[in-house]
Design a protein around this ligand. Structure first.
Ligand code: XMP
Length: 497
């Protein structure tokens, strides 16, 4: 009954996630017992197999910190200077795990008007005030909505409205201790300061309450020194060698991604060989690839992980513009088959729109998924909210869009002419999605339920079913896909993310 993946994906047709459906397996365990622990590279384990994409509208320090705090991992983009990228890695590596709120910070001479701007663009209702106007400055006060609601003169400096009588907690306070203290002092915010009185983080009642009500995510992703895991993307130009050296030796990055839409190149092979020879201990994720032959070449060069997908991303036009690529479900299956046999994990990158897509990618052999659009438009994504056709949105753009390339990302697309740029992506906007602190735990829980239905209590159990032929799959007709979605009704409930 049904087909093995081997049969389905070898018929001269390529499929994407929505085209395929799995037969349910036999359930012999509760969903909460499903273990989603995965290796995102040969040497890096994550409890939640979800990572954020190195795109300049998706992952900067705040996203990387939050993803790692939730048990996943973030990969910082490199559409910036080396100094800026180093600063982002260092910010993430020095973050105290648990305090997942990065406070908004202003200086005492900033005005109430600036506070309203911040409220509209970033959604903050309170800010910390420090002498430098940034995190790391000496804490002077806190301004909450209650302090400025009735202030009529918007030019009033914050020094005049801020609360200075503050309860703070010392650096190193555990999240549990901070939650207890918030309960005891009956306040909503608890700034965390170091011995010099400098602001290092903020614990909030809302974050504490939310983390209690959400399904448990994984434990934070930490390196051997207890710091959050963080990855970063680089290119394959000569100058990228210095970027890699500094990211590893100065900032302590955990893994680098060689960021290219077509990774099967001599440039990547020599970059992998250079990194493995010069920086033992640093993991390299190569790609992107979509075939077993491409995967084998990069693995033989020394790749510790592979990113899979070409033209499957929501903002991608690679398949349209360059006539190359592959349906994502087929690409994941074929690359995973080669890479898993050689002991190298793969990340299914692009095209993930819901928890079902994640379950499908993992069941087809991926060790983790990488998301762009799912996380764009969240509070943690870079950029500011604005209103478009009455909706609150944030910008989301492909790294091969003209707009992103104008800022320097054209090396991802091996563009060798400055005169004529060919875009392989678009730019646009996505709806406000709230915080990834809500999205990721929901996705992880939904994937656990999917695994339970498949009868696999871990990623390795799913592998046994996949390669042993116990996993049965079929392609869906358009009508079957329509039947599998909500139909013939007006739905009142939306997905929680
Ligand atoms: P999603 O579907 O999650 O996809 O939004 C994110 C992934 O898309 C890739 N990416 C691009 N692909 N042109 C492309 O062909 C682009 O401009 C572009 N920008 C990003 C990338 O792999 C990312 O993780």
């Amino acid at each position: 009954d049904g087909f093995t993946a081997q049969q389905l994906f070898n018929q001269g047709v390529c499929y994407t996630y929505d085209d395929v459906i799995f037969h349910p397996g036999h359930i012999y365990f509760p969903a909460h017992e499903v273990d989603l622990t995965c290796n995102v590279t040969k040497n890096i384990k994550l409890r939640v197999p979800i990572v954020s994409s190195p795109m300049d509208t998706v992952t900067e320090a705040e996203m990387a910190i939050t993803m790692a705090s939730l048990g996943g991992m973030g990969f910082l983009h490199y559409n910036n200077t080396l100094e800026e990228q180093l600063r982002q890695v260092q910010k993430a590596k020095s973050h105290t795990p648990g305090f997942i709120v990065t406070p908004a910070v202003l200086s005492p001479t900033d005005t109430v008007s600036k506070l309203y701007d911040l409220k509209a663009s970033r959604g903050f209702s309170s800010v910390c005030v420090t002498d430098s106007g940034s995190l790391g400055g000496r804490l002077l006060g806190l301004v909450t909505t209650r302090d400025f609601d009735f202030v009529t003169d918007r030019m009033t400096p914050l020094a005049e409205v801020m609360t200075t009588d503050l309860v703070t907690a010392p650096e190193g306070t555990t999240p549990e201790a901070a939650a207890e203290l918030l309960k005891k002092i009956k306040k909503n915010k608890l700034p965390i300061v170091n011995a010099a009185g400098e602001l290092v983080g903020l614990a909030t009642r809302a974050a504490a309450k939310e983390s209690r009500s959400l399904p448990a995510p994984g434990a934070p992703s930490l390196d051997s020194a207890g710091r959050l895991r963080v990855g970063a993307a680089v290119g394959t130009r000569e100058s990228d060698k210095e970027r890699v050296r500094a990211l590893w030796q100065v900032a302590g990055v955990d893994a680098v991604i060689l960021d290219s839409s077509q990774g099967d190149s001599t440039y990547q092979i020599s970059m992998i060989q250079h990194i493995k020879a010069s920086h033992p201990g640093l993991d390299v994720i190569a790609g992107n690839v979509v075939t077993g032959a491409q995967a084998r070449r990069l693995i033989e060069a020394g790749a510790d992980g592979l990113r899979v997908g070409m033209g499957s991303g929501s903002i991608c036009t690679t398949q349209e513009v360059c006539a190359v690529g592959r349906g994502q479900a087929t690409a994941v299956y074929h690359v995973a088959r080669v890479a898993n046999a050689l002991g190298v994990p793969i990340i299914a990158d692009g095209g993930i729109q819901n928890s079902g897509h994640i379950t499908k990618a993992l069941a087809l052999g991926a060790s983790a998924v990488m998301c762009g659009s799912l996380f764009a438009g969240t509070t943690e994504a870079p950029g500011e909210y604005f209103t478009l056709n009455g909706q609150r949105v944030k910008k989301y753009r492909g790294m091969g869009s003209l707009e992103a390339m104008a800022k320097g990302s054209e090396s991802r697309y091996l563009s060798d002419t400055q005169a004529l740029k060919i875009a392989q992506g678009v730019s646009g906007a996505v709806k406000d999605k709230g915080s990834v602190r809500r999205t990721v735990p929901f996705l992880a829980q939904a994937v656990k339920q999917g695994f339970q239905d498949l009868g696999a209590n871990s990623i390795s159990a799913a592998r046994e079913l996949l390669y042993g032929g116990g996993m049965r799959v079929e392609a869906r007709t358009n009508a079957a896909q329509a039947e599998g979605n909500v139909h013939d009704m007006v739905a009142f409930e939306k997905r929680p993310w």
